[in-house]
Ligand binder design. Structure first.
Ligand code: PMP
Length: 405
């Protein structure tokens, strides 16, 4: 079955609006995706019919909200093939998920120890490790990439040592679109018993994610990049790790018995969820993942590959354009620069023609600079984008280049 994009677009009300008098072409999906009515309505339904605090009340609404919330946790667990719902911690998103793990690992990383990341990390999976290393007098090591934007697996093999305490890498690069061979990387790390954290921010909406198959220790993602609401995301952690690690924040929900002298902590996953959670966000995220599941992640992948191939071929034929990121395994992200034209100026002109792209460092300054650049233009695709939109984008791009040269 292939996707009926014309039909599916009707699920996304915002796509019908105009921007600067033009029909919106939204190619900034790597920053955040638009939301279907199924997600919008789910949140509305929660606040009109189900709102109450969870895990606390004996009354009907509290039990209803708790059931729905925990049901969503089960769904998320099965969506990413976690071993159990206990391994799903709800956070504000990828950034918070990485920060939780980095913060907890301060107990396990000391002077002279090493943390490995890759040269293509988003700041969210770089700065928390850098700051942790600084605080603990540990060493941050960066696995290099080649000129196509692929991870150097030989270097990785050599960089894993007896001092390595963590390897953190992106599943998909938000600048280059590279899909990293995470399963292979985990196997290398596993040989030396090194835990692996995967930043799945750019993967969940585009690829099947199987944390058990990948055998990673931690997996982080944000709902808003997968058609869900902002301010909610997931930290998957293997149960053995979550049992072993201490709580991250203290307060209500995460406790068992409390006296003025002592506190015992709640079971997993509640030990890591202090305070009232974002219930509507969790239910919106569940609706978003159900939406993807219903369409079929394989169909989504095929469709986005077609968009990426088509756009790549068109840009490759356009004079003066250089594509940044030419890995063999790529998804949904197309970064490029134009000879003699500033990415910001291009982005501004494209916006005037109704085309939304992202320009600059994309919160991953080191990888952009490693290509000798101060920014790229990034077109990133989602389930609702069409080949016709790619045509509109390329025409607008050519017009913009002509105006700017
Ligand atoms: N990692 C990657 C690869 C990303 O693309 C992003 C978002 N641009 C993040 C982490 C951070 O996600 P969030 O802002 O939702 O926490």
């Amino acid at each position: 079955m292939s996707l009926n994009i014309g039909q599916l677009r009707k699920d996304f009300p915002i796509l019908a609006r105009k921007v600067n008098g033009k029909r919106l072409v939204y190619f900034d999906n790597a920053a955040t995706t638009q939301k279907p009515v199924q997600v919008i309505e789910r949140i509305k339904h929660y606040y009109t019919e189900e709102n109450s605090n969870v895990h606390r009340g004996v009354h009907h609404l509290s039990q209803l909200a708790t059931d729905k919330y925990e049901h969503a946790r089960q769904f998320v667990a099965s969506y990413i093939h976690a071993g159990s719902a206990k391994e799903i911690i709800f956070t504000r998103g990828t950034t918070e998920s990485v920060n939780v793990v980095a913060s907890l690992f301060q107990h396990l990383i000391g002077a002279g120890d090493e943390v490995l990341i890759t040269a293509m990390e988003h700041h969210s999976n770089l700065v928390p490790w850098q700051q942790l290393c600084r605080q603990q007098q540990a060493v941050l090591k960066v696995v290099p990439i080649n000129e196509k934007g692929e991870l150097d697996m030989t270097a990785l093999k050599n960089m894993i040592t007896s001092k390595t305490r963590m390897f953190a890498l992106a599943h998909v690069s938000n600048v280059l679109g590279t899909i990293n061979p995470v399963g292979e990387a985990v196997k290398l790390a596993r040989k030396k018993n090194i835990p692996v954290l995967v930043d799945g921010a750019q993967a969940v909406a585009h690829l099947p994610v199987d944390v058990t198959g990948l055998d990673c220790d931690f997996y982080a993602f944000s709902a808003h990049k997968a058609y869900g609401p902002m301010g909610i995301g997931v930290l998957y952690g293997k149960e053995e790790w979550l049992k072993k690690l201490p709580p991250y924040q203290f307060g209500g929900e995460m406790v068992d018995q409390v006296s003025f002298s002592e506190t015992t902590f709640n079971n997993l996953p509640y030990k890591f969820e202090a305070g009232t959670p974002n219930v509507s966000g969790v239910l919106g995220m569940e609706a978003a993942l159900k939406y993807i599941e219903e369409k079929g992640i394989g169909n989504v992948r095929d469709h986005e590959d077609e968009l990426l191939d088509f756009a790549t071929r068109k840009l490759s034929k356009t004079e003066g354009i250089k594509i940044i990121g030419e890995a063999r395994e790529k998804t949904a992200v197309l970064s490029f620069v134009v000879n003699g034209v500033h990415p910001y100026d291009l982005g501004t002109l494209l916006d005037q023609m109704g085309v939304a792209v992202r320009t600059g460092y994309h919160c991953a300054q080191p990888v952009v600079e490693s290509f000798g650049l101060t920014g790229t233009v990034r077109a990133s695709f989602g389930i609702y984008n069409t080949l016709e939109e790619v045509d509109v984008f390329v025409d607008a791009l050519k017009k913009s280049i002509a105006l700017l040269k």
